[in-house]
Design a protein around this ligand. Sequence first.
Ligand code: G3H
Ligand code: 13P
Ligand code: ZN
Length: 318
Amino acid sequence: MKYTEFGLVNTRAMFADAIARKYAVPAFNFYNMETLNAILSATRATHGPVILAASQSAIKYMGDEMLMGLIRGANIGPDEQIALHLDHGGSVDACIRAIDMGFSSVMIDASKLPFEQNIEITKSVVEYAHAHNVSVEAELGTLSGIEDENTQSNTSSYTNPDDVVKFVTATGIDSLAIAIGTSHGAYKRQSDDEELRFDILQSVAEKLPNFPLVLHGASQIPAHLVQTINKFGGDMPNARGIAPQQLRRATEMNICKINVDSDLRIAMTAAVRASLATNPANFNPREYLGAGTKEMTNVCIDEIKNIMGSDNKLPLIS
Ligand code: G3H
Ligand code: 13P
Ligand code: ZN
């Protein structure tokens, strides 16, 4: 099915606008009705573009037809800018499958392979995707943490700025994910003083002027929500994310897509734990899942306004 039939767009116009007006388009991960509703409510309340990101494991969890049924049920209108993006696609086949399902954007993540192999695989995806007017993200350097339930890495390697021009030119990608010290999951830093490698970002941005760069592993892991989780029976004592001021600084340096998954997980978990603990007699999931959806919506609105700066950008002007 072609993505335009769902009212979706690819990421090109939104990235051009984000680069020109120095903000980042949020890419929030979804995997069920609650996460999708929270992301859409926040986006619609703040009038900006958004990327709905689904990993391969999220697609498997929802099932292809249910996923696309949810997207159809979103009733995306012509005045909206909403992309459906495959997050961390692990193979050329996975990307082709997503495009054929109706995704408008794909990430091919061959970042753990040798440079030349990463180029070859990425090129194959670009060839198929561009023939279908679908945008492509690829990655150079690796992040630690869980990138997908099948891909877990305990090591990270920063992006080498000397590689980026050759990679982008040889592959024809539309955006590039870079590794500057972020990581996936809820345990990103030992202390609040740890800085991202802005020197690497600066150097990449100079070598690729006006080219869309992407930051993965960018959740803030809000301390008040971690406290709620721990207060109501959770066990996440050292959870710590990326400081908001560092994320904002990145958006001024050509980072025009910021990926957030863990913050929604934290918000849902905190609200569900609090709801169940304070209403022990309740056994109606609509109540605690409703509380979770509300908390996730709040987190999305906060990040859209205070981190991404993507609010009030519709219609796009650049
Ligand atoms: O960066 C990847 C996301 O956090 C996806 O995680 O495979 O558990 O959906 P997931
Ligand atoms: P977080 O784990 O920081 O939310 O990162 C999500 C991500 O990069 C999805 O691709
Ligand atoms: Zn990621």
